[in-house]
Design a binder for this molecule. Structure first.
Ligand SMILES: *Cc1c(COP(=O)(O)O)cnc(C)c1O
Length: 425
């Protein structure tokens, strides 16, 4: 059962016995750690080359629920953790572990676990970070709608203390961070691309010892590295840019420091594990991750600037724009603005409805980070559950359109935007 992937993985996070004297991030444990990000992505999931092994270049898909435990002494070594091995795919699977190693490497963390969705990743990280803590989970009201709903369920059903605080009110925000049990933030926010200062969060969360979880789905590790600002956990919906092909739902949790046995127990027993094939697909997506991000960043900026010049549009939200109110923070925290943006039509909701119905190339669909340019009306989709006045106060106007700029040629995207915006037919 042990193959070269297993031995490669043995050095990766997940084996608490492997490095008790570990230094903080980034760990020096892998032979490929000196390669550039693009190289590591191009080889995502592949082990190091081994002379004479005649190995498959792509990782194997271990589509099996169970593994042969061998002799009783082998089983004992596996169950006791004395030796890396597999028993049951909810506990661990070689293909899924290969993806976990890639995710940890991308973010510069010590280890990672893979989950069946971004929501499962948030649940796993929040549970692990709150474990043994008294204070509340502090977060902000404009986190992803699915995370908001999840936290509402945790609060209502499981009585988890959850506090939603607006980071714009700095006094209240910093005070809440100082007495938090754990902190969950998302920057840039969705759909208004508001940034939150990660270094400041970490500094205030440290006062009471709360661990900081950053949802890095929208920014991606190409544009923002939360561990460099002292964050403890990063969560992803791999559904978005990491897989990048719009063909699966998945997630991941990465930790700057090693996972403890109890963190792993939370992951395995909450049950949001993923199958080998989906993990394999995410690794295939990762091989083109840096190329895709270069294109998303480039086209995102071009489209944002172009939209700002249009008379039909009153406001464009994208971190790369000079008009973004947090330019200074953008420069400090992010390398590029990404492919997600939103804009407000002067004609309000009727103009937004007209725009969506006139698009020919751009697809009217939720989600982001795939090859296709997608548009939605947040007031009618992600934020439709909010009371209209609360939605207005949150800045999500009825005429707001969100765009996930895809990988089509940017001239074709601009031509479709032009057509959909034009007053005359
Ligand atoms: C999509 C998304 C999630 C949830 O991910 P799923 O894969 O849909 O469960 C969480 N956070 C952010 C920022 C997202 O965009």
């Amino acid at each position: 059962m042990m193959n070269h992937h297993d031995s490669w993985l043995e050095q990766a996070a997940g084996n608490p016995a492997s490095d008790p004297r570990h230094e903080p991030s980034p760990p020096r444990r892998q032979r490929n750690a000196s390669y550039q990000l693009a190289t590591r992505c191009a080889r995502a999931g592949s082990g190091p080359r081994e002379a004479g092994r005649n190995a498959s270049v792509q990782p194997a898909i271990h589509q099996s629920a169970i593994f042969d435990l061998g002799a009783p002494e082998d089983a004992e070594a596996i169950f006791s953790g004395a030796r890396k091995g597999y028993a049951y795919s909810r506990f661990g699977n070689p293909t899924v572990d290969a993806l976990a190693r890639s995710l940890a490497d991308l973010e510069g963390g010590h280890g990672a676990v893979v989950t069946s969705s971004g929501n499962a990743a948030v649940l796993c990280a929040v549970t692990a970070a709150l474990q043994g803590r008294q204070g509340p989970l502090v977060t902000h009201p404009d986190i992803y709608g699915g995370s908001f709903e999840l936290l509402r369920i945790l609060a209502d059903v499981y009585r988890v203390p959850v506090e939603f605080v607006d980071p714009a009110d700095e006094d209240q925000w910093f005070r809440a961070l100082e007495r938090a049990g754990a902190v969950l933030v998302e920057t840039p926010s969705n759909p208004l691309l508001r940034l939150i200062d990660l270094a400041a969060i970490v500094q205030h969360a440290k006062v009471g010892g709360a661990e900081v979880i950053v949802d890095n789905t929208v920014a991606t590790p190409f544009n923002q590295r939360p561990f460099q600002f002292g964050a403890d956990w990063v969560v992803h919906s791999t559904t978005k840019y990491l897989n990048g092909h719009g063909d699966l739902i998945g997630g991941g949790v990465i930790r700057r420091e090693p996972f403890t046995a109890s963190h792993r127990s939370i992951h395995k027993n909450l049950g949001g594990t993923v199958n080998a094939f989906d993990a394999w697909l995410v690794m295939r997506g990762l091989r083109t991750f840096t190329l895709r991000m270069e294109a998303h960043n480039r086209s995102g900026e071009i489209v944002a600037r172009w939209l700002e010049q249009r008379p039909e549009i009153s406001r464009v939200y994208h971190p790369s724009l000079d008009s973004h109110p947090q330019r200074e923070l953008f420069g400090r925290q992010m390398s590029h603005g990404g492919g997600l943006l939103s804009f407000e039509l002067r004609g309000g909701e009727p103009a937004a409805i007209r725009f969506l119905s006139r698009m020919q190339l751009i697809v009217h669909a939720v989600s982001l980070g795939g090859p296709e340019t997608l548009a939605t009306m947040p007031a009618r989709s992600s934020h439709r559950g909010m009371a209209p006045d609360a939605r207005q106060r949150a800045g999500v106007r009825d005429g707001l359109v969100r765009l996930s700029v895809g990988l089509e040629h940017v001239d074709d995207i601009l031509a479709d935007l032009d057509h959909a915006l034009r007053a005359e037919t």
